[in-house]
Design a binder for this molecule. Structure first.
Ligand SMILES: [Zn+2]
Length: 330
């Protein structure tokens, strides 16, 4: 089990909620039907009574065979009448059964496979979702969407290089929308470059929201935060690789690292960034990295190997213009 006990308990709680709500919905349908057709409830009660009588007969053991046959016959007749009434009302006996989210395990989280009890995929998915939610707990995920992104703050006048910020940002916005709409595990990785306050965080969070809406797992972290957590974890005596934060960062469908280059730079952080990036690429999973650093600054901060690999395997989005945040506030 690659997750902590705490995550397993939370996942099982969610399954229990699913089971309970499926059961409540089924009870409600049954009550509605019984008020429409009281004979169904009478049959239901009599069937329960037969069950009790059958148990008593077995306990008394007196002449039980004949008695049992009589009870079985009565039970069958009642069941037949019950199903006939249901049919007349346009229902099937299965319509009164609970409808579970997962048909394979009936929301229990476990299935029998080759005479062994194994964890169902739905429980694995829940544990992965909860691990991502814990990592995202401090991220402003809900605040930034494509709808709340405005091009109004970008200049339509050429900058000193002759590029028009509004046009560039319009292309980047289209790229990001399309990326989010068509996202899959084989999507490209992205590096978003440019000065602070040009919308890199907003657009990467908008992508995250869309991908989450598709039911895939996304982890959004800032480089300073995640690297200090990884360092604490790495040097902790309780470290267990399979339960580690690093493991969740590799396993999620999309990893977004914001503010790359603003972390405390150390041998550990440089190695960890390379390790994270490389592990994602080797696993064939996309990663989005945002940085304020220029190419030269990246080269003087990280290894040449990392920078050339990153430039070679990512789509590059270069944000230009002036910091839009003062105008956003105004
Ligand atoms: Zn299941």
């Amino acid at each position: 089990m690659p997750y902590s006990n705490d995550i397993l308990i939370q996942a099982k709680d969610r399954l229990a909620e699913r089971r309970l709500s499926a059961q409540r919905a089924a009870d409600y349908r049954r009550e509605q039907l019984y008020s429409q057709e009281p004979r169904l409830q009478e049959i239901d009660r009599e069937l329960s009574q037969i069950g009790i009588n059958a148990a008593k007969t077995i306990l008394k053991n007196s002449d039980s065979k004949a008695d049992m046959r009589q009870l079985a016959d009565r039970s069958l007749a009642l069941q037949k009448e019950y199903n006939e009434i249901l049919g007349r009302l346009g229902f099937d006996p299965t319509d009164l059964e609970p409808v579970f989210v997962c048909q394979r395990c009936s929301d229990t989280g476990y299935i029998e496979l080759d005479n062994r009890t194994v964890v169902c995929d739905c429980l694995k998915k829940l544990m992965s979702d909860i691990a991502c939610e814990q990592l995202n707990a401090n991220s402003p995920l809900q605040l930034c969407t494509f709808e709340s992104f405005s091009l109004d703050y970008y200049s339509d006048q050429p900058d000193q290089n002759g590029s028009i910020p509004l046009n560039r940002m319009s292309n980047i916005l289209n790229y990001c929308r399309n990326y989010a709409d068509t996202f899959s595990l084989s999507s490209r990785s992205i590096i978003m470059r440019g000065a602070t306050g040009l919308g890199k965080t907003h657009l990467s969070l908008a992508i995250a929201n869309e991908v989450i809406r598709k039911g895939m797992s996304v982890v959004y972290v800032s480089a300073p935060d995640i690297l200090s957590r990884l360092e604490r974890e790495h040097f902790s005596y309780q470290y267990k690789e399979e339960e580690s934060i690093f493991n969740s960062l590799i396993k999620c469908d999309l990893l977004i690292i914001d503010d790359l280059g603003t972390e405390f730079i150390s041998q550990f952080s440089v190695a960890a960034v390379y390790n994270l990036f490389n592990s994602r690429i080797l696993a064939g999973k996309p990663i989005i990295m945002n940085t304020n650093l220029t190419l030269n600054e990246l080269l003087s901060t990280y290894s040449q190997r990392f920078v050339s690999r990153m430039m070679g395997s990512c789509d590059k989005l270069d944000f230009i213009g002036d910091d839009i945040r003062p105008r956003l506030k105004a």
